[in-house]
Design a protein around this ligand. Structure first.
Ligand code: SIN
Length: 527
């Protein structure tokens, strides 16, 4: 059988870092659903967290990560991630990427929520994602083939070995294509597009989660979804992110009359962990109160935050009054596909990296600017792992083109917008058992147990994948009868020690309450 060495599905930071670090001998195919710039990574305003500042230590970054995520992490993985942070920044600098500098020529460091000191590096002010991604995309070697507008709808499994051996995809004409590979990597982002309020790129609708689940892989911690407190809020809708870096520069959340919203709510006030600020803003909005980000104390706001300035202008929000209307929305999935330290899933030949994967580094609530770092770290780790397993063989770029999609009768599936609204209302920032049950019942009326999708159109498959992913989130949120980090149950408002080491693992074969005890790394070990 002629195959690629590696197929990467997705084109965000983890995908491109992997492609960048794979051996030049390795024939790599990148398949992306839309254009390669359509990713959450490309949109990232906040930067990359790393202990690069004078006097900063990985130990301190570790402590902040663990505290923000409510001690629900794989501590060893967090330890490795934060230790590697400075080296990853150095590598990007050495390869020609310029991070923003302060007046002395040092990398300028920004502040974000739940960090104990300034630790965030940026490019182009609030356009870090764009700069990093343009840099990685521009430095791809000739062994990397990128095909845009390919919707991967099935992972191909060997019937005997049960190994993942390739993918089926649909092109823009709806024709089906098959691609084989020694290794298949899912790097398809999270689930933001399942919620009506989100900071995510509209193309991010949980496809990686649904693909992995349908193939039999294990998923974990699907109830842990982070809502970002400050999305630009216009006419009852959220229309894009207003970075936490604005609060890091002194911006304050205020009510209509200027009263500080976070005063007395948490010792870190506006820079409290995200789930705390998001919940507060949600409660304000629920009682009909508007919330604004007061930027009057930030000099040269338009220069420091060009992306946010453009977003405000595009949406008719004038910055003259020096306050920006904000509201919370879905931002990041902490759970995802179960992986080991290099991204290997529970299926041989199948890997996951980036937000699609659950590496255990974010716990119950991700620390600000740790996601680009995670993408860089695991993209590189997986490249090192796969380079050791490189096998030279003949390559054929596309193996087969077959049946054009021609779905005659549409199965009963939820409308995308209806599903998004239901998810936001019942599985959003504050959850209750009875609302989750209502949501589960609504989702159950639709059947996702379809065997072959060859004849389906992309739109229908997307709705099916959204349904599948919504069911996984809802089930996990129903089962976890406590509040922890981003999972907020009004009927179980406290953290429950009994749940402290329990991870809800879901797979086609069933649900498992998996007990995992991760050793807490004493900071002295590497301080
Ligand atoms: C932000 O800029 O507020 C988002 C950064 C992140 O998600 O870490």
């Amino acid at each position: 059988m002629k195959t690629y060495n590696c197929i990467i599905v997705g084109s965000g930071i983890a995908a491109m870092q992997l492609a960048h670090h794979l051996s030049h001998q390795c024939r790599v195919l990148v398949l992306t659903k839309s254009v390669k710039q359509a990713s959450n990574s490309y949109r990232a305003q906040g930067g990359i967290a790393a202990a690069v500042g004078d006097g900063d230590k990985a130990a301190s970054h570790y402590e902040d990560t663990i505290t923000a995520g409510c001690h629900f992490h794989n501590h060893q993985q967090v330890h490795r991630l934060v230790e590697k942070g400075p080296e990853l920044i150095e590598q990007l600098t050495a390869s020609g990427l310029s991070f923003d500098q302060d007046g002395t020529g040092q990398i300028a460091l920004g502040m974000e929520g739940a960090h104990s000191r300034k630790r965030i590096v940026h490019c182009g002010g609030d356009a870090t994602g764009k700069h990093v991604m343009d840099h990685l995309l521009a430095s791809l070697k000739r062994n990397i083939e990128v095909i845009e507008n390919r919707f991967v709808y099935e992972l191909m499994m060997h019937p005997l070995s049960k190994k993942c051996v390739g993918v089926k995809a649909k092109n823009e004409n709806g024709d089906n294509e098959i691609y084989f590979a020694d290794h298949v990597v899912l790097a398809m982002g999270g689930v933001g597009g399942l919620f009506s309020y989100t900071s995510n790129d509209p193309s991010v609708t949980g496809d990686g989660i649904a693909l992995a689940y349908r193939a039999g892989a294990e998923l974990v911690d699907m109830e842990f979804i982070q809502f970002h407190p400050t999305l630009l809020y216009v006419n009852g809708k959220t229309v894009g992110l207003v970075s936490e870096a604005v609060r890091g520069e002194g911006g304050r959340l205020v009510g209509a009359c200027g009263t500080p919203v976070m005063a007395g709510k948490h010792p870190l006030e506006d820079l409290a962990p995200r789930h705390i600020v998001a919940k507060e803003l949600f409660e304000q909005r629920m009682v009909g109160k508007d919330v604004y980000l007061d930027i009057s104390m930030i000099d040269h706001f338009e220069n420091k935050f060009p992306t946010i300035t453009a977003l405000c202008h595009a949406n008719g929000v004038s910055l003259e009054e020096r306050r920006i209307p904000v509201g919370p929305g879905c931002h990041f999935l902490m759970g995802g596909i179960v992986v080991d330290a290099v991204g290997q899933t529970s299926i041989e030949g199948l890997y996951a990296i980036g937000e699609t994967a659950s590496t255990g580094v974010h716990g119950a609530n991700r620390l600000a600017s740790n996601s680009l770092l995670e993408g860089l770290y695991y993209g590189q780790q997986l490249a090192i792992h796969l380079n050791k397993r490189f096998v030279a063989h003949e390559i054929e770029s596309r193996v087969d083109l077959f049946t054009k999609a021609s779905l005659k009768t549409m199965p009963s599936l939820p409308e995308k917008q209806e599903l998004r609204e239901k998810m936001m209302a019942y599985a959003g920032i504050i959850r209750t058992g009875s609302e989750l049950e209502q949501l589960a019942k609504w989702l159950e009326q639709y059947d996702e147990e379809t065997i072959s999708l060859d004849e389906w159109e992309i739109e229908a498959i997307q709705r099916l994948f959204m349904l599948q992913t919504a069911k996984l989130i809802t089930t996990a949120a129903q089962l976890r009868t406590e509040s922890r980090g981003a999972h907020n149950r009004k009927d179980f408002p406290e953290e429950n020690q009994r749940w402290g080491h329990i991870h809800i693992v879901q797979a086609k074969k069933g649900i498992e309450m998996r007990e995992q005890h991760h050793e807490y790394h004493q900071v002295e070990i590497y301080a």
